[in-house]
Design a binder for this molecule. Structure first.
Ligand code: URA
Length: 216
């Protein structure tokens, strides 16, 4: 994992397995099924890094040989919040790691003219004492990411209790996001070059939702 001085709070997960799988996903030859499987695998690997600093405590247990104070994750409850629809493809990997996590949903669609997000669904677990991990594969303009975190703030979740997980990010979007939510850590597998005139990430991987679900 590394950071760049220009982008405080952006953590680039450069593990070889993540990078290799991302390259496979980017290829336009990848099938829908292959794309989905790889996204699931990468979110498992990213989830491993994102949860690295969860607070720990110990619990008294007995092994077959003796009693011990063994490490366990301290009572911090987790919520996974995919931004619909593409975020769904990254949520299951986190659930596999933390089966007790609650799942909320934020439904946004992007107006193709204005590039602005429109909210059509918000369903969230109680905020109290929870760490919220928002997942959306593409952090492009940053508008949806900002909107999703605004929704969580309205719901009573402070920025300190939010993390954002994106597969690929664009510098433009990271800047917009940090201006609005400077205390939310963003984890990504790649900081790509730029956005094109249609607000797609370049080189990116195309439309993540379409590639995941086989739509157009
Ligand atoms: N959303 C996508 O799915 N892909 C992009 O490149 C940008 C936004």
């Amino acid at each position: 994992m590394h950071t760049l001085s220009e982008f405080p709070n952006l953590f680039i997960l450069d593990h070889p397995l993540i990078q290799h799988k991302l390259t496979l996903m980017r290829s336009k030859e990848r099938s829908t099924g292959g794309f989905r499987t790889l996204l699931h695998e990468i979110s498992l690997l990213m989830g491993y890094e994102i949860t690295r600093d969860l607070p720990m405590t110990t619990e008294r247990i007995e092994t077959p040989l003796q009693a011990m104070d063994a490490p366990v994750i301290a009572g911090k409850k987790l919520a996974i919040v995919p931004v619909l629809r593409a975020g769904l493809g990254m949520a299951q990997g986190l659930h596999d790691l933390v089966p007790s996590a609650r799942e909320g949903h934020i439904g946004l669609y992007r107006d193709h003219e204005t590039k602005q997000p429109h909210e059509y669904l918000v369903k969230l677990p109680p905020a109290e004492g929870r760490l919220f991990i928002v997942v959306d594969p593409m952090l492009a303009t940053g508008n949806s990411a900002v909107h999703a975190c605004d929704v969580l703030n309205r719901h009573g979740v402070a920025d300190e209790n939010i993390r954002f997980m994106a597969l690929v990010a664009a510098p433009e979007g990271v800047r917009v996001f940090h201006a609005a939510h400077p205390n939310v850590k963003v984890f990504t597998a790649s900081l790509d070059s730029h956005l094109n005139e249609d607000a797609y990430i370049v080189p990116g991987l195309g439309d993540a939702g379409d590639r995941m679900f086989g739509t157009k």
